[in-house]
Design a protein around this ligand. Structure first.
Ligand code: MTE
Length: 316
C-alpha cells in the first residue's frame, strides 16, 4: 500500500468531525512531544557523518565478500510505520522529519535524561563498523554502519540495581500521522534486550550508514544494530529507551510468539515455523540471487557465552 500523504488536503470542511477533533488532539500532543516534527522534510538526507573505520569490523577482518550497493540497501527496507512493502519506506520517507528530535531515557536509572539528537551524537566517538545484517526473512546485507557502543549511553545514565532489561521504542505512527497509519503491528514498535546483551560492545547505537547520517528509510535519526540477532531486534527512529526490571513486551513477539522469540539470535539450526533459516539471500550487485549459508550468531561467536546453559531451541 502506498500512502497518499503527498496530495492529502487537510481541512475541517472535508474531514469528518470526529477525525478532525482527533487530529487536533494529536497535534496538541505532538506539540508537547518535541521528538516529532510535523513538517515533512528530508533536510538531513545526505549529510556527511565522519567516523574512523573500526579495525575489527572491516570487510577483510569479517571475511565478507563486499558491501551491499548503497542504492540497494536504501531501497529495500523494513520500516512498517512507513508501509509494509520493501520499497514503501523510501517512497514514504517524508512522512516524518528526523530533525528536531529528542530521545528520553527513563525507568531504572539514577540519571534519567532527555537528549537532543545532537547531544546524543556527541556522547562518544563515532566509529564505522561493517556488520552483516541478517533479516528473519532470510536475506542479508553487508553495510558500513556508523555509531558507538550502546554501553556509552548506559553508563552515562547509571542503571539502578533493578535494571535487568532495556526496552527500545519508536514513535507511534498513529499519533504522528493518524490518517496514514497502518495497523500492521501493535504500535509503538517495541524491542528489548537483556542488560548484558545491551552492554555488549558489539551492540551499536547507530546514527549513520555509508558515511552519511541515517536516511529516514534506514531509521533516522537513531536506531539499534545488534549484529548477532535477526534484524527485527534493531528498532528504528527511537524516541524512548526504558530500563526495566521485567522483560518488556516486544511487537513481533506479541503479534506471533511462536514465530518471533525475544532472543532472536541468528541460528541456522532453528527454523522459522514457515521457512528454513539455514541459508540466506545476500543482497549484492549481482543480478543473480546469491544464497549463502547462515552462520550461528551471524558469525559473532564471541557472544556465545552470553547464552551458556540456555536451550536456544526453546529460547529462540
Ligand atoms: N524498526 C521499526 N521501528 N519498524 C520496523 O518495521 N523493522 C525491523 C527493523 N527495525 C522495523 C524496525 C526489521 S524486520 C528489520 S529486518 C530491520 O529493521 C531492517 O532494517 P533495514 O531496513 O535498515 O535493512
Amino acid at each position: 500500500m502506498k500512502y497518499k500523504f503527498k496530495s492529502r488536503t487537510v481541512s475541517s470542511e472535508i474531514t469528518p468531525q470526529d477525525i478532525y477533533h482527533d487530529r487536533r488532539r494529536v497535534v496538541k500532543s505532538l506539540m508537547a512531544l518535541p521528538a516529532a516534527a510535523l513538517l515533512p522534510t528530508s533536510a538531513q538526507a545526505g549529510t556527511a557523518l565522519a567516523a574512523a573505520p573500526h579495525p575489527d569490523y572491516s570487510l577483510e577482518k569479517r571475511g565478507y565478500d563486499g558491501l551491499t550497493p548503497k542504492k540497494k540497501a536504501l531501497s529495500y527496507n523494513n520500516f512498517y510505520e512507513l508501509g509494509t512493502g520493501k520499497d514503501d519506506p523510501e517512497f514514504n520517507k517524508d512522512l516524518y522529519s528526523p530533525e528536531p528530535w529528542t530521545i528520553s531515557i527513563e525507568g531504572e536509572v539514577n540519571k534519567p535524561r532527555t537528549f537532543d539528537i545532537d547531544q546524543l551524537r556527541k556522547l562518544a566517538t563515532m566509529e564505522e563498523r561493517i556488520y552483516r545484517l541478517r533479516c528473519v526473512e532470510a536475506w542479508s546485507m553487508v553495510v558500513p554502519w556508523i555509531g558507538f557502543s550502546l554501553s556509552n549511553l548506559i553508563n552515562a545514565v547509571e542503571p539502578t540495581g533493578n535494571a535487568k532489561y532495556i526496552n527500545f521504542l519508536t514513535f507511534n505512527p498513529e499519533e504522528l500521522f493518524p490518517d496514514d497509519a497502518n495497523r500492521a503491528i501493535p504500535w509503538p514498535y517495541s524491542e528489548g534486550l537483556r542488560m548484558d546483551e545491551a552492554m555488549h560492545p558489539l551492540t551499536l547505537l547507530t546514527f549513520g550508514i555509508y558515511g552519511e547520517q541515517l536516511p529516514t528509510q534506514s531509521g533516522a535519526p537513531v536506531r539499534m544494530i545488534i549484529p548477532w540477532k535477526y534484524g527485527f531486534k534493531s528498532g528504528k527512529a527511537l524516541t524512548k529507551i526504558i530500563f526495566t526490571e521485567r522483560k518488556p513486551h516486544t511487537s513481533w513477539n506479541l503479534l506471533q510468539p511462536s514465530e518471533y522469540g525475544f532472543y532472536a539470535n541468528v541460528n541456522p539450526e532453528v527454523p522459522h515455523p514457515r521457512w528454513s533459516q539455514s541459508s540466506e539471500k545476500a543482497l549484492t550487485s549481482s543480478l543473480w540471487v546469491e544464497r549463502r549459508p547462515t552462520e550461528k550468531f551471524n558469525g559473532f561467536d564471541e557472544v556465545a557465552s552470553l547464552y551458556s546453559g540456555m536451550d536456544l531451541n526453546k529460547l529462540f
